[in-house]
Design a protein around this ligand. Structure first.
Ligand SMILES: [Zn+2]
Length: 136
């Protein structure tokens, strides 16, 4: 059950379930192609580089750095009212994949492109653990 004032939560599918299960266990899981070694994110049924269906899940450190960021001082949508300022970033993991996320446990003054990050497992917003990031 959702309403417009609740933040949207992920709905795991058979393809994405290992990613969400990993977060519930405080582990970052990514797919890697067995044929060309490309790292894949978001979870898919086929490699985005060579179209191989031979993808395997591997645990990674979840460490990376800020590729880009913004500070949202107004709600980005009604469900996020009261959560501002939101420190929203594109994070590039060591494996080279990029994901949108939220940075926490950091002062706005310390936010910068290239800031080294580690995972922060946000489990207080709903039934699923979300992958945020914090300074390394
Ligand atoms: Zn591949």
């Amino acid at each position: 059950m959702t309403d417009e004032l609740s933040p949207p939560m992920p709905r795991p599918t058979p393809t994405t379930e290992p990613f969400w299960q990993g977060l519930a266990e405080r582990r970052v899981m990514l797919q890697q192609c067995s044929d060309c070694a490309a790292w894949i994110f978001y979870p898919r049924t086929h490699c985005s580089a060579c179209l191989s269906p031979n993808l395997v899940w591997k645990e990674v450190s979840g460490e990376g750095e800020i590729y880009s960021f913004t500070i949202a001082r107004r709600p980005t949508a009604p469900p996020f009212r009261g959560m501002e300022p939101q420190l929203i970033a594109v994070v590039e993991l060591r494996e080279g994949i990029r994901m949108n996320s939220v940075i926490t446990n950091v002062s706005e003054a310390d936010l910068k492109v290239g800031l080294k990050l580690k995972p922060y497992f946000e489990s207080g917003l709903g039934e699923h653990t979300l992958l945020y990031f914090q300074p390394l």
